[in-house]
Design a protein around this ligand. Structure first.
Ligand code: ADP
Ligand code: ADP
Ligand code: MG
Length: 650
């Protein structure tokens, strides 16, 4: 076994590999970019080497720098993870030329599967069923249109160099073919530098079922299938193993085809053979076709680990170190059922827009496998994939594993960025999915039902108001406010673009009545927690003026609290400064305007949160030093009030 390996990746996959390697007594050298200086994978590793700037092209895609780091730290092998350099045959050649071991397949195996057209030709020869279509060399538009007519509509145009669903177009009718071809080609050219395409029959009610294979360079075994049909724009969202409705006959046929594919290219290490399955007639041994092979460990590998009990990373290291396959086919069996949900920082109602932000809070329920590359306090930066974690559950049956997934998602707490958690939760409770009636169109068909912006509800607003008053861990009296402050206190919360006014009437320690837009809610302290209208309150995370209440997968509010601004304003109460770097969203102050203490003068957006900047005292605006839309640094002066003497003199 290796003594030391280098992990040429970041995020959750780097953490995943480091954990297994260290459990085997293998030291791991991490590499990191500027942005990842304090990342979780760096903290976990035995050593870390800085390899360059934050953009992937300046760090994680620089094979030469990574190989040098391995040589200088005495690493004997390099694990590529997924993405980045994992399927780059030139990198594999360079690693081997440097006398190091690449933990993965040979450069030739990667090349054989690198282009979808060549891979399909190879698979046809190996007797693996491929999707009917045209995957020849002739790229003349007339010829391709003729091929589409011969195949019969609908057809799919695919970039031969494609990946991640890019360069792919569904064409329903002959009239739309020319335009779709044009746009597929230009997307492929930009994304992969290769505009060649192939044409495939579009399979009706398609299901994506893939087989995990593992080879030692000669022979291969399979570790059964995963169903990845829950997709959004050809990207996997929730995966499971085994596939619902799978028969022993079809499993055997798919497993054998996948092993044939792996053995045809002398495959070594972990790989995935992806098939498209016609789900319109049930699962049948003659109803699956090869799509492509991914020559690396896949994002969704944990569901296979859960049902087989195999640590695929451990297998990768052992086979790369020259050991034989740890198990023969007959020794592998399926135990129960598993699901994985991909938790992303993205704004689902805004069209799944990727988001960034600092994770003020992150926690997963006990007993759930959560593979994550970030911790509370870490930043989801704009440079990389916005994945926060993969939540994996296992159970003796599909129904139990799925209920565990739904419960795990409900118990997951993220604050500091928007996430797709509510969307995943809705999917986990989708009826069709619940009975295993899946196909790749499920999400798109039911998108309106699945994308629901969580509503706070009066209980949630009440907890946010208590948090805004600093009463989360206190009953209220010991803060002093019930003694000398007015017995009623107003809190203004902002949720999206709505302002919510809450009046809190204190009835004494641990007893407050809240008036939320005319609705009365009771908050009572019982033991160490709050009860809202008699019910145990949801958990809450507070970060600066951002409050997240964990009902409904997390609902966040911004506090607009004059008192808070008061207490932070130091000596010079005439100057309103930016508390942190950010974007000036709005400026309400006008020169010459009289303002009262607590008036909102400007709004600063920083770290995905809006911060109201309030007048620290009564006064007259002397100068407005910024305009909406300006980016400012921390401490920048935004508004200046006239000195108190000037006001008195005026
Ligand atoms: P899968 O079928 O396992 O989802 P993909 O090919 O879509 O595989 O990509 C695997 C993962 O790697 C995805 O999470 C994707 O975002 C990430 N990824 C792929 N290419 C890159 C890249 N060049 N840089 C960073 N991440 C990448
Ligand atoms: P990528 O390299 O981008 O992962 P794939 O060839 O694996 O491309 O296809 C991605 C997804 O597109 C599949 O998971 C499936 O949902 C859909 N798809 C691909 N080929 C077909 C087809 N012939 N018919 C129907 N859907 C398909
Ligand atoms: Mg694919």
């Amino acid at each position: 076994m290796f003594e030391r390996i280098l992990m040429a990746n970041r995020g959750e996959i780097a953490c995943r590999v480091i954990a297994s390697a260290q459990a085997m007594g293998v030291e791991v050298v991490a590499v990191h970019s500027d942005a990842d200086r304090d990342a979780k994978h760096v903290a976990m590793a035995d050593r870390a080497v800085h390899i360059g700037g934050s953009a992937p092209g300046e760090s994680y895609l620089r094979g030469d720098v990574i190989i040098r780091a391995a040589l200088e730290t005495g690493a004997q092998a390099i694990h590529p993870g997924y993405g980045f350099l994992s399927e780059n045959p030139e990198f594999v050649d360079a690693v081997e030329a440097a006398g190091l071991v690449f933990i993965g397949p040979s450069a030739d195996a990667i090349r054989a599967m690198g282009l979808k057209d060549a891979a399909k030709v190879l698979m046809e020869k190996a007797g693996v069923p491929v999707v009917p279509g045209y995957h020849g060399k002739n790229q003349d538009p007339e010829h391709l249109a003729g091929a589409a007519d011969a195949i019969g509509y609908p057809v799919l145009i695919k970039a031969v160099a494609g990946g991640g669903g890019k360069g792919m177009r569904l064409v329903e009718r002959a009239e739309e073919f020319a335009e779709a071809l044009e746009s597929a080609k230009s997307e492929a050219k930009t994304a992969f530098g290769n505009e060649a395409v192939l044409i495939e029959k579009y399979i009706q009610k398609p299901r994506h079922i893939e087989v995990q294979v593992f080879g030692d360079g000669q022979g291969a075994v399979h570790l059964f299938e995963r169903d990845c049909s829950l997709q959004r724009r050809h990207q996997k969202v929730i995966e499971e193993a085994p596939a619902p409705g799978m028969t022993e006959e079809m499993r055997a046929a798919m497993g054998q085809a996948a092993v044939r594919a792996a053995e045809a290219i002398g495959y070594k290490g972990a790989g995935t053979v992806e098939f498209i399955v016609d789900g319109s007639r049930g699962l049948r041994p003659d109803g699956f076709w090869f799509m492509e092979m991914n020559t690396r460990l896949q994002v969704e590998h944990p569901v296979t680990e859960a049902i087989t009990g195999v640590d695929l990373v451990e297998w990768q290291l052992r086979v790369a170190a020259g050991e034989p396959l740890p198990k023969q086919q007959g020794e592998l069996a399926i135990m129960g059922h598993a699901f994985e949900a991909r938790l992303y920082a993205e704004d689902v109602p805004k069209g799944f827009l990727p988001a960034t932000g600092r994770l003020a809070h992150l926690s997963f329920p006990e007993g759930v496998r959560a593979d994550s590359g970030v911790r509370a306090g870490d930043e989801i930066s704009p440079f990389y994939d916005p994945m926060i974690a993969k939540v994996i559950t296992h159970g003796p049956t599909r129904a139990i594993a799925l209920r565990r997934l739904a419960a795990a998602l409900e118990g997951t707490e993220v604050a500091g960025t928007v996430t797709n958690l509510a969307f995943l939760g809705a999917l986990a409770r989708h009826e069709g999915f619940g009975v295993g009636d899946v196909d790749t169109g499920l999400i798109a068909r039911d998108i309106d039902r699945l994308v629901v912006a969580p509503e706070a509800g009066p209980e949630g607003v009440a907890m946010a108001a208590l948090a805004a008053c600093g009463l989360l861990d206190k009953a209220g009296a010991e803060t002093g406010f019930a003694l000398w402050a007015p017995l009623a206190r107003d809190v203004v919360l902002r949720r999206n673009d709505d302002e919510i006014k809450v009046r809190l009437h204190s009835l004494g320690a641990g007893a407050h009545d809240l008036d939320i837009a005319g609705q009365r809610v009771e908050a009572r302290r019982v033991g160490a927690g709050w009860r809202i209208d008699g019910q145990p309150a949801a958990r809450v995370a507070v970060y600066a003026s951002d409050i997240t209440v964990f009902t409904q997968y997390g609902v966040s509010f911004q506090v607009i609290d004059p008192l808070e601004r008061d207490s932070t304003a130091g000596g010079d109460t005439a100057l309103i400064e930016a508390p942190m770097p950010g974007l000036v969203k709005a400026v309400f102050a006008r020169p010459g305007q009289s303002v009262a203490k607590g008036d909102r003068l400007a709004v600063l957006e920083a770290m995905k949160m809006e911060h109201s900047l309030l007048a620290a005292r009564d006064g007259v605006v002397a100068e407005v030093l910024v305009a909406a839309g300006e980016q400012v640094t921390a401490g920048a002066a935004l508004v200046r009030l006239e000195a108190e003497a000037e006001v008195a003199a005026a």
